[in-house]
Design a protein. Structure first.
Length: 413
């Protein structure tokens, strides 16, 4: 299997018998009792890990977990992750007692072909996020070959995603998950079948404005829901009661709507919404967006809007969805998000890509994951890619540039 451009796939690296450092994204949610609440990210890395085991590599896995503030903290130990991974692989996973140090070195150097070690939480050291040279060299000393399969952190230039790579001399490349993520998300930035819809919701306009801007030149229409729709509604002069609004983004929202109109891109905003007096309300009622009561807030798109969005989604041939249509974690305000997910699942002719932690969780909760072409494991990273940015963790995987003047065919691998 080929990688893309100047980047090699793990399948094309000479990993047999070698110590291979694999940056994975095992930043999973934990239960209060410190179990793994959702092992989706662990499962997503299995194809790369199993491939390396089968080829007799000595596998050194590393990830961050949570925010342990740069020092050892048992609350953020990788221990539950190591246990779950061992279950999934049906073989031992040797957990080191620190990310870098004598204990870790011993575990790694004793590894035999096909064995797997997991370094303790990389963010137990300040060196990880600071991309510290010393820490990066320490990590690099564990392996002859470097593989990155952690798409979820590819938008960060940390020691394990960028800094260490130049010190690993036996080869570098992308894991299968990384390749899949970049391929599907990049596809949306190339020639796609139309209609191409963007469905955008979630908390804030400010998080997603760059994505909206970059998609504006590509999509046939844009459907906007969630709390960010409130800011657009208010920008259009509507009274939105106590709804969450970003007052400082009203001008931006207005200029965005103007640009969309100039380009002839239809932006669909909610026509009706489900409102309630507070975020913790146990029920809501439906009103037109022209009649949002002063003391209430919009917490979901209404049924009329959901139907309209559903009709558009049914006709789409390509679709990118980021951000839930409402406060979907709360049952009375989940129907809009559910309707969008169901319409998307029912459209079997659509290339559908879902990005964003909460939107992905919503699709999974509804049991519709297998009806979506690609669900990204990386929230921030998927957004930055769609914004058109270059991800440092992807860029760093490129082979050293060929010498000036020598035309090299990178795609023939
Ligand atoms: P994603 O993780 O998919 O990118 P975001 O993090 O941007 O999505 O937004 C998800 C959050 O936005 C959820 O917690 C959801 O409850 C909240 N949300 C969506 N719509 C509303 C709304 N109308 N009012 C308040 N919160 C909302
Ligand atoms: Mg989120």
């Amino acid at each position: 299997m080929a990688g893309w451009g100047k980047i090699r796939s793990v399948a094309d690296l000479p990993v047999e018998g070698q110590r291979v450092f694999v940056r994975v994204d095992f930043n999973v949610p934990l239960t209060p009792a410190r179990g793994v609440a959702d092992d989706g990210r662990i499962k997503a890395a299995l194809p790369t890990i199993k491939h390396l085991i089968e080829r007799g590599a000595r596998v050194v896995l590393a990830s961050h977990l949570g925010r342990p503030k740069g020092k050892p903290d048992p609350a953020f130990s990788m221990e539950p992750v190591a246990a779950r991974l061992a279950d999934l692989l049906k073989q031992d996973v040797l957990l080191t007692d620190e990310p870098v140090g004598d204990g870790a070195r011993k575990v790694v150097s004793d590894l035999r072909a096909g064995q797997v070690a997991l370094l303790e939480n990389l963010r137990w050291s300040e060196g990880e996020e600071a991309n510290d040279e010393q820490f990066a060299r320490g990590l690099a000393s564990y392996a002859q070959i470097y593989v990155n399969d952690a798409f979820g952190t590819a938008h960060r230039a940390h020691a394990s995603t960028v800094g260490m790579i130049k010190y690993v001399t036996g080869g570098r490349g992308a894991g299968f998950l990384m390749i899949k993520e970049v391929e599907f998300l990049s596809r949306l930035l190339g020639e796609v079948e139309r209609p191409f819809l963007a469905v955008v919701g979630g908390a804030k306009v400010s998080d997603k404005m760059a994505v909206l801007e970059n998609l504006l030149g590509r999509v046939s229409a844009m459907l906007i829901g969630g709390a960010m729709a409130n800011t657009f509604l208010k920008a259009q002069g509507k009274a939105v009661g106590k709804s969450r609004v970003e007052e400082d983004k009203l001008a931006l929202a207005r200029s965005f709507l103007r640009k969309a109109e100039e380009r002839g891109v239809n932006v669909l905003l909610p026509r009706d919404v489900v409102v309630a007096p507070a975020l913790d309300a146990t029920s809501g009622h439906v009103v037109s967006v022209d009649a949002i009561p002063e003391g209430e807030m919009a917490l979901d798109i209404g049924p009329d809007t959901a139907r309209g969005f559903g009709d558009e989604i049914a006709r789409a041939r390509t679709l990118f969805w980021n951000g839930p249509m409402g406060l979907f974690e709360s049952r009375p305000f989940a129907a809009g998000t559910q309707a969008v997910a169901q319409a998307l699942a029912a459209n079997t002719r659509c290339l559908s890509v879902v990005g964003g932690g909460d939107s992905a969780a919503a699709v999974e909760q509804l049991g519709l994951s297998d009806k979506i072409t690609h669900i990204s494991t990386g929230g921030g990273a998927s957004l930055e890619l769609i914004e058109g940015k270059e991800l440092p963790g992807v860029k760093a995987l490129e082979d050293d540039a060929p010498a000036p003047g020598s035309e090299q065919d990178g795609g023939a691998a």
